[in-house]
Design a protein around this ligand. Structure first.
Ligand SMILES: O=C(O)CCC(=O)C(=O)O
Length: 197
């Protein structure tokens, strides 16, 4: 099933998922894309054949060493969108420990995954080409799947079951898409971060 017309429809399908359309003007979207490009996003050494490039600000979690890594502070130009993300998640903008920028070229994917338990809320802003986020979970008899349309300038929140029960993935991109992902620390993340600091 593909759902593409706003938050009220998706919340019942995947509990804990919120989707808000048109949170940015076209001009604001273009400015954010320029800022992402200026950050010189780099391919992941753990996924070198996937044409997806990233930059992290604040704190990132390194999958190779299984630990937090301090990054440059988030530039001012992301402040306004960080405030919108914090408002959607019901947290303070200063609690958003990671600001992750992604550029997906045509063909780039995200495999089905749960975000690391060191993070609590996950808030994503979509820019450029539209895509669908595919959610899957094991039901009693068979796997359940729901695909949610992510148009440019929309913002989603993953919390509750959408974070911990349903895996999410992105199919191969048809054209270039950019995204901004904000994450705050979970209890476990706060503990691990205090040890690392
Ligand atoms: O680009 C997105 O919106 C999804 C990013 C994502 O799932 C991730 O970084 O774990």
């Amino acid at each position: 099933m593909v759902v593409g017309t706003g938050s009220t429809q998706v919340e019942g399908l995947v509990p804990g998922l919120k989707l808000v359309h048109e949170i940015l003007t076209v001009e604001e979207e273009a400015d954010l894309i320029s800022l992402i490009e200026a950050s010189q996003p780099a391919r992941s050494p753990y996924d070198p054949d996937n044409p997806r490039s990233s930059t992290s600000y604040g704190w990132k979690y390194d999958y190779g060493t299984d630990s937090f890594v301090a990054c440059d502070p988030m530039p001012q130009g992301f402040r306004s969108v960080a405030q919108k993300a914090a408002d959607l998640a019901g947290v303070r903008p200063e609690d958003l420990a990671e600001c992750l920028l992604n550029r997906y070229e045509a063909g780039a994917i995200i495999q089905p995954h749960f975000d690391k338990p060191v993070w609590d809320h996950v808030i994503g802003i979509s820019l450029g080409a539209p895509t669908t986020m595919q959610f899957s979970r094991q039901g009693e008899a068979s796997a359940l799947e729901v695909a949610i349309a992510l148009p440019p300038r929309s913002m989603y929140l993953l919390a509750g079951d959408a974070r911990h029960v349903w895996q999410h993935s992105l199919p191969p991109m048809a054209a270039t898409r950019w995204s901004i992902t904000f994450r705050d620390f979970s209890e476990e993340g706060r503990r691990r971060h205090a040890q690392a600091a």
